[in-house]
Design a protein around this ligand. Structure first.
Ligand code: PLP
Length: 390
């Protein structure tokens, strides 16, 4: 089987030599029957775990009715999803003097949501300049790639989209870069791929203020941080930052590909044909996402993420592990800065049945499903500590 896949593989993903055939909760199973504790939420998308029974039931039921039809017609699942998603955003981010987050462009991935965000910022302001942050990651399609700072991703594909600058997440740089010419400033509240760096609250509030002063739009990319991951439904809640546009993806569809751009009513709408996505807002993804939103709220998973995240951080810190320089993060989005490269650590963890992620060359990233069983977490943490103390 692996040879068959290798013969056609694009090469675009760094792949592990295992064949995953099944998953449930926070457990992955390979073709040889070996079980792995998933501390990666399968690249950060499985916030409610793999195959959550309520998400599975919603997918099964909707699949028997209508899988896909575009926004060129109305659909009950899409209407309810719009309403439930924007209600959740309104309830958590509160009212703003700049209007509520009520308009939604549905799509099929995080990068696509950011593409829509960049286009919307240019369209709604009539300006072209975009500001993004160093260490930021927003995806690999051309617009999203132009907002992504790391040269490693951009270099082979230059020129990227013109009009983007990248600045350090410090007030002086934002003050200089965000001007009356700026269409939008795009940020992650916790920079995930860039090494799990939490942006300070004062900086976030300063950036928001600078956007308001200049008329630039603040786009918050919550593709990785969103939906309970950081201990709140949306990471901007921690600082009270109130974005003009917010992008979502990863766990939004509970495993069914899905992304969304949500923005303030006052900004306007796209004219027909100016943007689009064949599978955006398809009823199957909307039904799955409705189940995800409901599970997150009913099972109080943000609170659980906050509690378990604190426990992991204090457990790792108090163990004084030889390989560890720093432990940081928010909720169940944790970065462990190592004194050496992370690749051999990931390999040892895999051998011991724990699946984790890197975030740059020396950071071990832990993003377990918010539903992970405490006994699985305990077992995984024992393994992590053993590997990091060896
Ligand atoms: N934005 C952030 C913060 C991400 O972490 C990612 C993916 O890792 C993306 C955007 C891109 O999402 P996708 O891979 O669904 O295109």
């Amino acid at each position: 089987m692996r040879a068959l896949e290798d013969a056609h593989f694009s090469g675009a993903t760094l792949r592990r030599p295992v064949t995953i055939v099944a998953a449930k909760g926070a457990r992955l199973e390979d073709a040889e029957g070996k079980s792995y504790i998933d501390l990666a939420a399968a690249q950060g998308w499985a916030n409610v775990g793999h195959s959550h029974p309520r998400v599975l039931a919603a997918i099964q039921e909707q699949a028997g009715l209508l899988v896909a039809h575009t926004e060129s017609s109305y659909n009950d699942q899409r209407a309810l999803w719009f309403s439930e998603l924007t209600r959740a955003l309104g309830a958590t981010l509160g009212k703003s003097d700049r209007g509520d987050l009520t308009r939604v462009f549905p799509c099929s991935s995080g990068a696509e949501a950011n593409e829509a965000g960049i286009k919307a910022a240019r369209l709604f302001t009539g300006r072209s300049e975009m500001v993004a942050l160093k260490r930021g990651f927003h995806g690999r399609t051309f617009g999203a790639l132009s907002a992504t700072a790391n040269q490693k991703y951009r270099e082979p594909f230059l020129p990227v989209v013109p009009g983007f600058v990248h600045v350090l997440p410090v007030e002086e740089e934002i003050e200089k870069a965000v001007t009356e010419e700026t269409a939008g400033l795009i940020i992650e509240v916790v920079q995930g791929e860039g090494g799990v760096h939490c942006l300070p609250e004062e900086f976030l509030l300063f950036a928001q203020e600078r956007c308001r002063k200049t008329g630039a739009l603040l786009i918050v990319d919550e593709i990785q941080t969103g939906l309970g991951r950081t201990g709140r439904l949306f990471a901007c809640e921690h600082s009270g930052v109130s974005p003009d546009l917010i992008t979502l993806g990863k766990s939004l569809g509970g495993g069914i590909p899905m992304g969304a751009l949500v923005w303030r009513e006052e900004l306007g709408t796209f004219k027909p044909g100016l943007h689009g996505s064949t599978f955006g807002g398809n009823p199957l993804a909307c039904a799955a996402s409705r189940a995800v939103l409901s599970v997150l709220q009913e099972e109080k998973l943000s609170e659980r993420a906050a509690r378990l995240g604190e426990r992991i951080q204090s457990d790792l810190l108090s163990a004084n592990l030889k390989a560890v320089r720093e432990v940081r993060g928010l909720g169940l989005m944790i970065g462990v800065e190592l004194r050496h490269r992370v690749t051999p650590v990931l390999k040892k963890l895999m051998d011991a049945g724990v699946w984790a992620l890197p975030a740059g060359p020396t950071v071990l990233r832990l993003l377990p499903p918010l539903t992970i069983l405490e006994e699985d977490l305990d077992t995984a943490l024992l393994v992590v500590k053993e590997v990091l103390d060896g």
